[in-house]
Design a protein around this ligand. Structure first.
Ligand code: R5P
Length: 310
């Protein structure tokens, strides 16, 4: 069996440390240098030759810096004769750029997938891509996990006798339905149209929410525009209480405080992105055990999908 070598980029050191602790392996050191011309250079400071190398880097703010760092780390591992280079990307931010929905726009999700492979990445492990078909942008194997098990585990501790799961849009309704099934709950979905990064319209809710305790489930909360629009519709339709859950808690533009002030009962996310702020209404669930288990299975050539099936 080839030795495992785990390196972490600078995007989310706490998650890397937690994953290494679960795997009971040391985190290998990385030296990052920035030159006077602003170019970066990475040196992996531990032997990679014939190792199964895992590089953990979340594509979170500053996304471009973290992306280049990941590309350079993959290049360095390949150049150091790694047996296999695995990119562990808990949040793949460019997944939101997945279609040509305006003339002459870039499709970053596909381009970044190609860049990773060009840099030497042989395999990707990621969580909750914005849309499942982004998986197909990669020409190397992708293990695509979700956090429904962790999120469902949290809500099982709540009184769910009157609860309903609501997806903000039809695109995420399949995942919301899978989540609802885990909890034995009904599901509803919003009819959402995104006008711009900061404007969405939800014109209707398909399903019964009146008098119910709603759990909103989305893949990510960025500015919170989607959730705020959904809160308005749910209140108009007489929802009794509203909790909010997502995998990627990005909380741009002070979204966490604004959401907490919007009279939601609680906000639940995972730690795929490092959180800059805390709030008494916020619970952060760790995906480190799931990622560590997946890394261990990938390394040992065991099934990953059997662990994380919807
Ligand atoms: C978009 O379609 C996604 O599923 C999320 O709803 C979206 O990324 C959330 O972004 P924001 O919080 O800025 O509305």
């Amino acid at each position: 069996m080839r030795e495992i070598a785990v390196f972490g980029g600078s995007s989310h050191p706490a998650l890397t440390a937690e994953i290494c602790a679960h795997l009971a392996v040391p985190q290998r050191p990385v030296l990052l240098k920035r030159f006077a011309n602003d170019c970066l250079e990475v040196q992996l400071q531990s032997n990679c030759r014939e190792r199964d190398v895992f590089i953990i880097q979340s594509l979170v703010r500053p996304v471009q810096e973290n992306l280049v760092e990941l590309l350079l780390m993959a290049d360095a591992a390949r150049g150091a004769s790694a047996a296999r280079v695995n990119a562990v990307i808990p949040h793949y931010a460019y997944a939101r750029s997945d279609k040509k929905d305006a003339p002459r726009i870039s499709i970053g999700g596909r381009l970044v997938a190609d860049l990773l492979v060009t840099a030497g990445v042989d395999r990707v492990l990621t969580l909750n891509l914005h849309s499942p078909q982004v998986h197909g942008f990669f020409s190397v194997p992708v293990d695509h996990l979700h956090a429904l098990r962790e999120l469902a585990g949290h809500f099982r501790q709540r009184d769910l006798s009157n609860a309903v799961v609501v997806s903000p849009d039809l695109g995420y309704a399949k995942s919301a339905a899978a989540f609802a099934r885990r909890l034995g709950l009904p599901v509803a979905a919003g009819a959402k149209e995104r006008v711009s990064d900061s404007e969405v319209h939800i014109t209707a809710i398909i399903g019964d929410v009146a008098g119910h305790d709603v759990i909103i489930l989305d893949d990510e909360i960025s500015r919170g525009t989607t959730v705020f629009e959904l809160l308005d519709r749910l209140r108009e339709q007489g929802a009794r209480s509203i909790a909010v859950a997502c995998t990627h808690g990005l909380f741009a533009d002070n979204a966490l405080d604004k959401l907490a002030a919007a009279e939601v009962t609680e906000i639940v996310c995972t730690n795929t992105a490092p959180l800059e702020a805390e709030h008494p209404k916020l619970t952060v669930l760790s995906v480190a055990p799931a990622l560590a288990e997946a890394i261990s299975r990938i390394h040992n050539g065991e099934s990953v999908s059997s662990l994380f099936d919807h």
